[in-house]
Design a protein around this ligand. Sequence first.
Ligand code: ZN
Length: 721
Amino acid sequence: MKKTLLASAVSAFVLLGCTEKNQSPEAGLSDAKPEIQEIESATAAEVNPLLTEWKTDFGVPPFNLIQDSHYEPAFEAAFEAHKAEIAEILADTAEPTFANTIEALERSGSSLTRVSNVFYAVNGAHSNDVIRDVAKRIAPKMSAHLSDITLNEALFKRVNAVYQQSKDLGLNAEQTRLLENTYKQFVRAGANLSETDKQRVREIDSRLSELSQQFGQNVLKETNEFIVIVDKLEDIEDLPQSLINAAADLAAKNDAEGKWAFNLARPSINPVLQYSSNRELRKKLFEGYAMRGNNGNAEDNKAIASEMAALRVERANIMGHDNHASFVLERNVAENPENVMGLLDKIWPAALQKAELEAADLQAALKADTGETDLQGWDWRYYTEKVRKAKYDLDENELRPYFEVNIVRDGVFDTANKLFGLTFTERNDLPKWHESQQVFEVKEANGDHIGIVYFDYFARDSKRGGAWMNHLRKQSNLDGYVHPIVTNNFNYPPASEGSPSLLSLSEAETFFHEFGHALHGLLSDVTYESLSGTSTPRDFVEFPSQVFENWMTKPEVLKGFAKHYETGEPIPDALIEKINKASQFNQGFATVEYLGAALLDMSWHTLESTDKPDALALEEAAMARIGMIDEIIPRYRSTYFNHIFAGGYSSGYYSYIWSEIMDADAFAAFEETSLFDQETAQKYREHILSKGGTKPGMDLYIDFRGRKPEIKPLLVKRGLE
Ligand SMILES: [Zn+2]
């Protein structure tokens, strides 16, 4: 029912998370959630650690005790507990008040939130067939459970009664926001609908939830199962030795001892696309990647995407909207599809023009190299590296030795320390879900406990692709201070024999990005869990993460942390200069690839017919409208666009650039003063990081910056103006 719950349960795998401060560390969960022990029967509590009080340090989940078989019964018990809490609210004979209805709802479902947080964190980062099956079975139950609450008429009557007198209740800003959110959540779930419409919305939600699970699983399967075997070393010998070794290991694992294998995991496909002169190999992997979910087999996602789109239109219509995007955007900073399309279309021509110039450079490089004149998608990254080297002499492999994963982590910590005074103490005595994880306690400059952050660095089969943050526990202060526990997850190359995990420049930037989300969760200082940390609209939530990336490539920051993993030498000035010169390089491609996906998302979700669209025709028309060039495909094609079909980002993929406008403009506030200006950092922490979703995003921004964000710093930063 709570926003936290919906966020963690329904779109659990999306990128964010959160929690935070004061009070003794151990107090956290037990203080705030005394009901957990009471809810469960003695027998269940004895056997299932998910249903008992966690007597771990800081109340972190006892991963060492949790087994796959515990999740499903824990979900079942948590559903029941939540139902009982709702029944108690309804049984109250007193007139509905903010305390006995809105705050009571906020308190309810804590057991379900707790189980969901752990389950979806593990399902994303370290899953297996058993866990995936549980996810599949729980998804429709979760959806039905949440619908039962938001479509409960008696409950809505109470919420509405409080809402109607909101002006006279003397609520503070955060309470007002909680009341509005709660009310809107009911209305948006269909509380004002007829019984027939309610029933239909319930069916649609449940079906969408199933389809979305299936979509994501198909993408994962298609990603994991695709493999290319190379017979001769001479076909790959221009690749870095570490990758050749990894390819030999992968081949051995796939019954091809003595050969080399490549797959679609980023540490395998990316270096091939960037560094292999073997055009055929690049083509095979590129096409394997681009065709995921579009192979006419059991994992084909075209029909799933079409059905989801049609169902979303139907639901939007029932809710009084012309299309799904209008329904979704109503509660975002952007407000409506017209504002989004207007923004994307404003950036598109400059981006396309830049990409066309880049394509001409790459075509020339291809011709000089092979005599060919048909630059293709699988050539782009390879010749980009060549042109980058020729123009900027920046070889990604030259940089990697300065970005060993622990060294980057220390750079991240140091930046957070200089900005906010935070300190980090490793706590590897705490339970983890994978032995390679690192765990840190985060403290204020004065030593006060803030929270816990988990890092899970390395790519493996059990982890989904990409990088993301989530929360194991959000910060709140309703019944005592609850400190945050957050996680950052990556797909970095694992250390292999003789070589530690060395990151590329963009992988290192990803660390700063995800830690920006972590800070949003860690430095949250609010009353209500459902408004805590990253519980903000989609088009605001990437703002704190993207802001934090800005520090990494500043010369004084790089100089401070980027030290050669063998010699300890700081990164040379010449390399820093190259990095900064190269920062606008290939931005035409990056922007076009991104905007292509953002516009594709909008095409799917501004449909106004409830007929199932033809997935490929829709994509083709969307790309034709904007004049997408053949050499570039959208960052995600429809059949593997997890963000919009298996995550929570439908009509929301635009939010990265929306957030980036805010991020570029916000970072300019530091550039106007100084990189670690304490007054600006303090204002940023107070008005943005600590506030979560307690006010509309634009209001928070104006509190920080004194005005609305301007678009110019973004265009300048990307070299588009
Ligand atoms: Zn992010």
